[in-house]
Design a protein around this ligand. Structure first.
Ligand SMILES: NC(=O)c1ccc[n+]([C@@H]2O[C@H](COP(=O)([O-])OP(=O)(O)OC[C@H]3O[C@@H](n4cnc5c(N)ncnc54)[C@H](OP(=O)(O)O)[C@@H]3O)[C@@H](O)[C@H]2O)c1
Length: 334
């Protein structure tokens, strides 16, 4: 039986998610309903992507009984309220990254997911790419020995995009793209909590972070050095350096299609896209969708590859980084 998806909002990532779903077999994945704050936009989106039901409010989507899981692609400033509404209606949820604005909001959501006993996952889509799968396999086999240093960077010239810079839209490099570097380090170190988090960076004129370098220091003399910026493009690579070798991830480290292990490159081509997309390599969102399907088929309430604890740790580190830089959002409590 196909997994029946509900789509919440008709923004840029929602479009790309639909294009990715269309690369998967229809007997496995079907989008059955979409909701936007405006019915006309929901209907237009439904027409573009062949979705049978369209709603003019998220509440109507939450009440639709014929849905297996909802993809939430609204801005992260409203993730807390929108996702909470779906969880209370006992809907499974795949929520775009970042899961919410700060640790308190993330913990409210993870607690609600546990309470209502529904599947909940932050859409850290790179984790389901074949390259990341390969990395996890090599690491679990100790293929590069003991990992000592991890490096990752994600820089993109996007300070002209309102969502990237405006505080009321949850702007800043960290929440938008820096989260991909942190989650990379967390995956390599298997969800371990770093002993310390050190961040240095600069703020944009709107008060959000524009460039940040983070050092995560782990027990046993291990480090991750992570840089993100919304001011300029960077090589956007990652490296995992171990006592017996090295794994290199060429651009784009957050959604990679090749990996170099001890100098040998392996490529993993993406599914071809059939419709225009807004973001790089978005047909790879299909790996995430299929992972979610497999979790649902097994009756899991969280993903073994991107657990609720992973999201909580990611949020805790991002909040600590913001504290060191002096970035606050209206959602932060005193
Ligand atoms: N996985 C990825 O690769 C990826 C890429 C880009 C973005 N994202 C994440 O996806 C989320 C959306 O990003 P996007 O680029 O798709 O943004 P976007 O195009 O601006 O769309 C955001 C949507 O948020 C909805 N929304 C609900 N309440 C809102 C409010 N009070 N103010 C403004 N918008 C509101 C709107 O939904 P309606 O359609 O109902 O009006 C809008 O379509 C962000 O959390 C972002 O971090 C993930």
């Amino acid at each position: 039986m196909a997994t029946k998806w509900g789509i919440c909002s008709v923004g840029k990532i929602a479009n790309d998610f639909m294009v990715a779903l269309a690369t998967l077999p229809p007997e496995d994945h079907q989008a059955v309903a979409v909701a936007a704050r405006d019915l006309k936009r929901a209907k237009d989106f439904a027409r573009t992507h062949n979705i049978p039901r369209a709603y003019g409010s998220y509440e109507e989507l939450a009440k639709d009984p014929n849905i297996d899981i909802i993809h939430v692609g609204v801005l992260h400033t409203v993730h807390r309220d929108v996702v909470m509404m779906f969880l209370k209606n006992r809907k499974n949820v795949l929520c775009e990254k970042p899961m919410a604005m700060n640790t308190a909001e993330v913990k409210e959501l993870t607690a609600a997911a546990r309470k209502y006993n529904v599947f909940f996952m932050e859409a850290v889509w790179g984790r389901f790419f074949p390259v990341y799968e390969e990395i996890r396999t090599i690491l679990s086999q100790k293929g590069i020995g003991d990992v000592k240093v991890v490096r990752a960077e994600f820089g993109s010239n996007q300070y002209h995009v309102p969502r990237a810079v405006e505080k009321e839209l949850g702007g800043g490099a960290l929440l938008d793209i820096g989260c991909y570097c942190i989650q990379f380090a967390l995956m390599v170190f298997n969800g371990e909590r770093p002993e310390s988090v050190t961040a240095k960076g600069f703020l944009y004129e709107t008060g959000v972070d524009e460039t940040v370098t983070i050092i995560l220091q782990y027990a046993g003399k291990r480090q991750a050095i992570l840089t993100t910026t919304m001011m300029v493009a960077m090589p956007n690579q990652a490296a995992i350096c171990g006592s017996k070798g090295m794994i290199q991830v060429p651009s784009c480290m957050w959604c990679p299609t090749s990996v170099i292990i001890n100098g040998k490159e392996t490529k993993f081509p993406l599914p071809p896209s059939t419709k225009p997309m807004n973001f790089t390599n978005s047909t790879g969102l299909s790996y995430e969708a299929e992972h979610v399907r497999q979790c649902l088929l097994k009756g899991l309430k969280e993903s073994p590859l991107m657990s609720l604890a992973d999201s909580e740790l990611l949020a805790t580190i991002m909040e600590e980084v913001r504290k060191q830089l002096g970035v606050t959002f209206p959602q932060d409590r005193a």
